[in-house]
Design a protein. Structure first.
Length: 661
């Protein structure tokens, strides 16, 4: 799964002029990666550095900005204290009044739209030790003698090695001067050794940072653009990258009419963990300028993304019609089906009603049969009942505001009749799934949502993770998500005690209904190869850019930074009809020390029946299995072993798509 632009930092202290005065700067290095986790090589990067006093959220005593070019390894190097000062004076920092924290913000595009933030404590630095110790050494009189018979005037406390034949400190200028310990070589050496010890400690920490992707720091979070602005609401979001062992426990958007909103202002709570998210800012005042930014919190504190501003619509403005999308028809049985949609914009006035309307005639409207499924923006699911078998119906979503009623695309379906060329399938619980033919394969068009095996055996809903006990989980930890996103299953539940396989077909019925099976990784490869070899499924003719062809037009967070990503222009998704939705996954460390549903509406991860093989040991991996993953921020499909990352394995919960035998 892709990560946001990341910084791996190294602090290397400048020892220049240590013996003469406190140095005016120290070096800072960082490895910069872009949104696709690729190194930003030979690229211009904008940097803002703040020295915070007292805590990671303390007041800034010094702020500077710089623009730097990374090298061929994506490494940027700046001298802190040598940039364009925005606040305070570096030389006036009282290092003895710490602790101090270093906050860095970067714009990978070289400007001042800083999107990556990290904060870490500054440990003791050589010049701080020098300023506190050597810089405060007691002065020695200048009228001193030639070190003859001066016992009692200069002692071992002042100079470690003192001659015994010293005088009474008369006329000794040139032997001992007022600069104190600086003229005494052993005192210089002691300061130098202390500085070098501190530098070695910092370099060791830097090496550990480079070899261990997890550091003790607050999360990194960026703010996405504000969208769907109305008189009283707007959407915003962010992307969280956590380079720490401390899990992200809260994330969301905070906003205010003040330029620096914090958690003490109005804010959303949009789940936990890493990845992208979207939040709804509501209760806003018309024709008012607001400031918003994303936040993410772990046990070390709260980090914020860049601030974005927006102005709500004027209450006197004439509203436009809302914008609404019709979602695919699902769960078609003899007299019932489900549909729904998503209201993406309210046109400048609140959406007072939304739902679907249906008819046996084309272009159904709210004057005929229709459902009422709430109000406002966002997704909704509708039930269509009282249908007649073998009759073609037309359905479309609608949304109403003060300007009128808007409609989505019209779809058709026929209860009791299979989809053209492909059948429907019903599981033990009575859930009926549409299917789709892609090349030579017939796939379920929806994520599996059963809580029973085909023989009626119950699959319990889990509250913990396990690789030895079968469990299923609700996406995002919410029972209301099952109908639209299916269930998540650990690998034990998926396999139902079957032996692993990477054959075509896999031969593993597992959790699937009779006549269907859990696909192997090789069978997913058949699917991705088919898409890659047909231009209609490829974005910008880049052969690996096929994720959009698999993803549904709904059930995903928007992501407007990568043109061919799933989240970019959602309406262009789903050329294949596979209709994948971002159910996320149930995530846990191997020891259950941290468990939660992650990346809802950002990732879709599908189990396969394949496990890794260690050719060296001649063994199959007992703890990990392969899954196929697509992400709203990516254009490609990942077919990887779930041991990608030390904290994933057969104990995590993923979606299941069944394949016809």
């Amino acid at each position: 799964m892709k990560k946001l632009t990341t910084l791996i930092t190294i602090m290397v202290l400048s020892l220049t002029s240590m013996f003469a005065q406190a140095p005016e700067k120290f070096n800072y290095q960082a490895v910069v990666r872009n949104a696709s986790n690729q190194l930003m090589v030979n690229a211009s990067v904008g940097v803002r550095v703040s020295i915070l006093q007292g805590s990671a959220s303390g007041s800034a005593v010094y702020v500077e900005t710089q623009t730097v070019t990374t090298n061929a390894n994506g490494l940027m190097t700046i001298a802190i204290g040598g940039g364009n000062a925005q606040q305070g004076t570096f030389a006036n920092i009282d290092w003895a009044s710490g602790p101090y924290f270093l906050k860095t913000e970067t714009d990978p595009n070289g400007g001042s739209n800083y999107s990556v933030t990290t904060t870490q404590q500054l440990m003791s630095v050589p010049y701080a030790l020098y300023a506190k110790e050597a810089g405060n050494a007691a002065a020695i009189p200048t009228n001193v003698s030639a070190f003859t018979n001066d016992a009692g005037y200069i002692t071992n406390a002042d100079i470690p090695t003192v001659p015994t034949n010293i005088s009474q400190l008369v006329n000794d200028a040139g032997y001992v001067t007022a600069v104190g310990c600086e003229s005494v070589s052993l005192c210089d050496l002691q300061d130098t050794l202390a500085a070098l010890r501190d530098t070695i400690t910092l370099l060791q920490a830097a090496i550990e940072t480079l070899t261990n992707p997890y550091i003790e720091s607050t999360p990194m979070v960026s703010t996405t653009v504000v969208s769907y602005i109305t008189q009283t609401s707007a959407y915003c979001g962010g992307v969280v990258t956590n380079m720490s062992n401390n899990p992200v426990t809260a994330r969301g958007i905070c906003w205010s009419t003040n330029p620096q909103p914090t958690l003490s202002d109005a804010h959303t709570n949009d789940g936990a963990g890493v990845g992208s998210f979207t939040g709804l800012m509501s209760g806003l005042t018309p024709n008012t300028t607001y400031y918003a930014r994303a936040y993410a919190t772990n046990s070390l504190g709260t980090a914020y993304g860049a601030v974005v501003s927006f102005t709500t619509n004027d209450v006197t403005a004439v509203a436009d019609l809302p914008t609404v999308i019709t979602s695919p028809v699902a769960d078609i049985i003899q007299n019932h089906a489900t549909c729904g949609g998503m209201v993406t914009a309210d046109g400048g006035a609140p959406v007072t009603e939304r739902g679907v309307c249906w008819s046996t005639s084309a272009n159904p409207s709210v004057t005929g049969q229709h459902s009422s499924d709430g109000s406002g923006l966002g997704e909704f699911i509708s039930n269509i009942a009282g249908l007649t078998v073998n009759t073609t119906y037309y359905v479309r979503a609608y949304a109403t505001n003060s300007a009128g009623t808007a409609y989505g695309e019209t779809l058709s379906f026929t209860p009791g009749v299979s989809c053209p060329g492909t059948p429907t399938v019903t599981d033990y619980d009575g859930n009926t799934y549409n299917t789709v033919q892609i090349g030579t394969q017939c796939w379920m068009k929806e994520n599996l949502k059963t809580r029973h095996y085909a023989d009626g055996t119950t699959i319990p809903v889990g509250s913990v993770s396990s690789s030895t006990t079968a469990y299923c989980y609700y996406p995002n930890g919410n029972t209301s998500t099952k109908d639209m996103y299916g269930m998540l299953y650990n690998w034990k539940a998926v396999m139902n005690n079957s032996t692993h396989s990477n054959a075509i077909p896999s031969g593993v019925q597992g959790v699937c209904p009779t006549g269907w099976h859990v696909p192997s990784d090789a069978e997913f490869t058949v699917l991705t190869n088919y898409l890659s070899n047909n231009d209609e499924y490829i974005c910008t003719l880049e052969q690996t850019y096929i994720a959009k062809a698999l993803a549904d037009t709904i059930g995903w967070n928007a992501y407007n930074f990568v043109t061919c990503s799933i989240g970019y222009d959602l309406l262009t998704n789903n050329a294949s009809g596979f209709s994948a939705r971002g159910a996320g996954f149930y995530y846990a460390y191997w020891d259950n020390s941290s468990m939660s549903s992650r990346n809802f509406k950002a990732d879709a991860a599908f189990w396969t029946t394949r496990v890794p093989y260690d050719a060296t040991e001649g063994l199959y991996d007992a703890d990990h299995a392969y899954n196929v993953t697509i992400s709203n921020s990516s254009a490609t499909v990942s077919q990887i072993s779930s041991n990608y990352g030390l904290d994933q394995g057969k104990w995590q919960g993923c979606s299941v798509r069944c394949l016809k035998d």
